[in-house]
Design a protein. Structure first.
Lengths: 436, 277, 272
């Protein structure tokens, strides 16, 4: 019987506490006269420095704008889609939220987002180049183009390399002005491969975006639109990067096939132990390298590779306003402050990414040589909008067709031609579903 | 009878039955996410499309292998552990607590931890076995590798339930058995197992359902790869609904899963009940 | 001597099931450099408490932990309080209602959870339960109920009916018979169910994610994911430290309650 009475007591107390601490306040804001307007801001920052920067900027805003108070809510990248879809469909979405442009493409056509076209202050509008605005310009679901977010952080693919091994192998050090071509990269990988050391590790757990962004080096776009209909295309341009990576794995044997299933950060233990000399990864991984490298380990950031061009596909991290927000004007004001040049430099520094703001890009804090910032920030000039961003159904093509096909191709289970055929045929079937 | 059921009925009616019926009804419409879509009745179109969808069949197959093997292995391993924990061994209390670790660990870290366990360079599996296999990206080994993780993560529930079941067996039965001179094995087979049957049936059927519905742990490990080898049906449904926004199609998939699982469970429960009586 | 194989088997089990705890502890004490080592050691070479400092300093772990504890305790005890009578009814009576109830139990467990979450969210909004811990408790109770009902009715069925009938024939009356004979035998099952409800509520993530919005109502699982980034990259050290702190209450709860897995039988034997 002791259990039962304890049960009753605890249940009552707990329920009372639960009601007391949560009940009543639904976070709604009235915005009536005298009452400050309340905005919810869902942020996805997760690195320590970046969270600190976010919090600090929100605090500065709240101090300067007593009539518009912003609540900083921390979310996480892995679950933000579930969280947003539920709150868009069920009502009660955050006023301002942080996400990335591939997600916005879907949200925009579904009518969840506020079109920001002609609503942003000129200072913000002009500080960010058109190439970046392209990554947030989408069809609004009725055929009109709208701007559905403010792009503020971008990622480029660079190469992080072991300086000692590079020097020993006697390869030419590339610079932003004179980057390596893919051929030079292949040669360097060969020179670096000896004993237990592989020249390169390609972490390809999620291979699709990476391959598609790099494919632009050889003008590979993977999609073509004719007569209002988008189809998948895998020709010589698209095959170039695929073939080169495959050659490194199985012909030159300069890339470790065991690294294929790894996520972006997984090759680091091998990198620090001289097992891999180079890692082609996003610029943000520099943070992990800087934090985890053993004492005395020297590493460098090499600029993006060059094929027939240096172009790389880019997506952006973004801030958007939800269509349901009751305080859209105030939300835009907050966003414009949050993403001004000075603040963008802080955010970029905190997340080890590239700012879209021109003002921020020349900020001394992210152009120094330390930790490869000079090379990283310079690589922003090669970023163009990733062609897949504007493709309806890309997400499903990526998950159902491209990911498995590329995994099989890199595992040497299918030939390039077979892979290309499946990417196109199965891919077009998927895209069909979105073009009814 | 009614009075006893009432407290359970209220929350169920409010929070479960409504949403459940709503979810099921979507299967017969072309519902999509978004404000620009007008939903209309679609009859059995979604089901027809499902039958012709190769990805659906592949994921059902993967789901079947996964759910059956995880449930069976989980049951056998947990029964063994529950029997041991039921013995008068020293430090039994500590052992019982330690056996709960997989369950008590927050799911966020479980995925990360197993990724490190299977890490091809720094993982303990390769260094212990002396192999050089990239477990989670290998077309042959990925599914067995996630099955081991599945067994591990579900064992505590099953063990606790079976242990509680073992405790419910009246001791007189064993005393009678001992007097008849039955050995350990015979007592287990003739007394423990039949007495435990209702609990075993209940937990294995629930385990099966849960395992069939699992996806988040596997998703963290492999994202359904390599080449769809670990794409469980629920992951498929999740992607259809939350990633691509085809609510109607996803709901049809859900209904198909319900039909398949209930049919299997029906056969299982019916056979168990018949043998029991 | 007969015990030696048993101890050996138990050891194998415990290593298999318990090693993550050691791993969590070891990771939580490691520096970032050491975590990226190719041959990871179980015992940190330069143990540090920096990860704990970061975990507690950057997130409100204590507050979130207390809220989680309240939610989990309330969910666990409410679930059992609601499920026990119903399970008894389901196990002892036959009829259409029973079939419907058991059918619902299974369907609600099989139908994809994620397809229910949007309509459920709308119901919660109507009832003004969004962003409240009470709402979260209500949802946790509802979704643990099927399990609790299903398991408890299994336990009730495994209590021989004759025992109960014998007691009530003694003139004790049905209610007395239940309380004095059935209840003690059910105790282990109740404890197992409590434990299950507690831990599933303690760890539950998806509902908490969509129901709770304000930083000052967030539960522990929501706080933990803040140490993770995109594509499975995470701040492993602070995450391990925080996770260790999140694992321990469940284990303590279990340590307290696990004796009850036995005591029911003892009580029954004494009275019987």
């Amino acid at each position: 019987m002791r259990i039962k009475s304890a049960l009753a007591a605890v249940a009552v107390v707990a329920l009372a506490a639960a009601c007391g601490s949560g009940g009543g306040d639904t976070g709604d804001s009235s915005g009536g006269s005298g009452e400050p307007v309340k905005l919810d801001f869902l942020s996805l920052a997760w690195q320590k420095e970046s969270v600190e920067a976010n919090k600090a900027i929100v605090e500065e805003w709240n101090k300067a704008n007593p009539e518009i108070q912003v609540t900083y809510v921390q979310g996480s990248w892995d679950n933000v889609n579930d969280q947003l879809v539920t709150s868009f469909e069920g009502g009660d979405a955050p006023d301002v939220f942080h996400d990335d442009s591939p997600a916005l493409a879907g949200f925009a056509s579904k009518g969840y987002l506020l079109d920001l076209k002609d609503k942003l202050p000129a200072s913000l509008q002009n500080d960010i180049p058109q190439a970046a605005w392209d990554t947030v310009t989408f069809d609004d679901g009725s055929g009109d183009q709208g701007v559905f977010g403010v792009p503020f952080l971008q990622e480029s693919q660079v190469i992080i390399a072991n300086k000692k091994l590079l020097t020993e192998a006697g390869v030419r050090m590339p610079t932003p002005a004179e980057p390596w071509t893919w051929n030079e990269f292949a040669d360097a990988s060969k020179k670096l491969t000896k004993g237990d050391t592989y020249g390169v590790a390609w972490p390809m757990k999620s291979p699709v975006n990476k391959v598609l962004n790099l494919a632009l080096n050889f003008d590979g776009t993977f999609f073509q639109t004719a007569g209002g209909k988008t189809t998948v295309k895998v020709g010589p341009e698209e095959k170039a990067v695929l073939q080169r990576i495959h050659d490194q794995l199985y012909k030159d044997k300069t890339a470790d096939p065991a690294a294929l299933g790894m996520g972006t950060a997984d090759p680091l233990p091998g990198f620090f132990a001289d097992k891999y000399a180079m890692l082609p990864v996003g610029v943000y991984l520099r943070q992990q390298v800087a934090e985890q490298a053993p004492d005395g380990f020297e590493w460098v950031t090499l600029p993006p590779l060059k094929g027939t061009t240096s172009n790389q596909g880019a997506v952006s991290q973004t801030l958007s306003v939800s269509a349901d927000s009751e305080h859209q004007e105030q939300a835009i004001q907050f966003m414009s402050f949050f993403l001004n040049g000075k603040n963008q430099a802080r955010l970029a520094k905190g997340d080890w990414l590239l700012p879209t703001s021109q003002e921020a890009a020349s900020d001394p804090s992210i152009t120094g040589q330390e930790d490869g910032w000079d090379v990283a920030t310079a690589s922003a000039k090669d970023l163009v909008v990733a062609p897949f961003l504007k493709v309806n159904g890309y997400d499903e093509w990526k998950s159902k067709v491209a990911t498995p096909v590329l995994q099989e191709f890199f595992a040497n289970k299918v030939t390039l031609d077979e892979a290309a055929k499946r990417l196109v045929e199965e891919g077009n079937e998927v895209l069909e579903r979105y073009q009814r | 009878m009614w009075v006893l059921l009432l407290p359970a009925l209220v929350p169920v009616l409010i929070f479960s039955v409504g949403p459940l019926l709503y979810g099921i009804s979507l299967a017969f419409t072309d519902a999509e996410s978004g404000r620009n879509h007008v939903t209309s009745f679609a009859g059995l179109d979604n089901f027809a499309a499902l039958l012709g969808d190769d990805d659906f069949w592949q994921s059902m197959q993967v789901g079947m292998i996964w759910a059956v093997s995880v449930t069976a292995l989980q049951f056998l391993a947990s029964l063994g552990l529950a029997l041991l924990l039921n013995e008068r061994l020293a430090l039994r209390g500590v052992a019982r607590v330690l056996a709960m670790v997989p369950w008590a660990m927050p799911p966020v870290v479980i995925g990360l931890m197993w990724r490190l366990v299977y890490h091809p360079d720094a993982g303990i599996v390769n260094s212990t076995l002396g192999t050089d296999i990239n477990w989670l990206a290998d077309f042959t080994w990925a599914l067995p590798a996630v099955i081991v993780m599945g067994v591990w993560s579900g064992m505590p529930q099953t063990t606790v339930v079976l242990l509680a079941g073992l405790q419910t067996v009246p001791r007189e039965l064993y005393e009678a058995g001992a007097m008849d001179g039955a050995g350990t094995w015979r007592r287990f087979w003739n007394i423990t197992l039949p007495q435990l049957r209702p609990v075993i049936v209940a937990i294995t059927s629930l385990d099966f359902v849960w395992n069939f519905n699992q996806f988040s742990l596997v998703y963290v490990l492999t994202q359904g790869g390599p080449g769809g080898r670990t794409r469980l049906p629920m992951l498929f449904a999740y992607e259809e609904a939350f990633r691509y926004g085809f609510f109607g199609y996803a709901a049809a998939l859900g209904v198909a899963i319900v039909v398949v699982v209930l049919a299997l469970l029906g056969v299982y429960l019916w056979r168990q009940l018949r043998e029991a009586s | 001597m007969r015990r030696i194989p048993q101890y050996a088997a138990l050891l194998v089990y415990l290593v298999f099931l318990g090693f993550p705890l050691v791993w969590l502890l070891s990771t939580a004490l490691k520096t970032p450099q050491e975590m990226a080592s190719l041959d990871p050691a179980w015992i940190p070479r330069e143990p540090t408490l920096a990860n704990f400092a970061a975990a507690f300093g950057e997130q409100d772990l204590v507050g979130a932990g207390l809220r989680s504890l309240v939610v989990a305790l309330a969910s666990a005890f409410l679930t059992v309080a609601v499920a026990l009578p119903a399970a008894y009814a389901l196990a002892r009576y036959q009829g259409v209602l029973k079939r419907i109830a058991l059918g619902w139990v299974l369907v609600s467990q099989v139908f994809p959870f994620i397809l229910i979450i949007i309509p459920l969210f709308m119901v919660m909004r109507e009832l003004d339960l969004v962003n409240t811990l009470a709402g979260l408790v209500a949802v946790h109770v509802t979704f643990t109920l099927p399990f609790a009902l299903w398991m408890l009715q299994g336990y009730v069925r495994s209590v021989p009916r004759e025992l109960e009938e014998a007691a009530s024939v003694d003139g004790a009356g049905r209610m007395r018979a239940i309380v004095s004979v059935v209840a003690p035998l059910l105790a282990p099952g109740v404890v197992a169910t409590l434990l299950f409800s507690f831990i599933s509520s303690w760890n539950e993530f998806l509902f908490a994610l969509v129901v709770l919005k304000d930083p000052d109502v967030m539960t522990l699982p929501l706080t933990l994911v803040r140490f993770t980034g995109p594509e499975g990259v995470a701040r492993l050290g602070p995450l391990a430290a925080a996770s260790l702190m999140a694992t321990i209450p469940s284990l303590i709860f279990f340590a307290i309650i696990q004796r009850r897995l036995r005591s029911g039988l003892m009580a029954g034997a004494v009275k019987g």
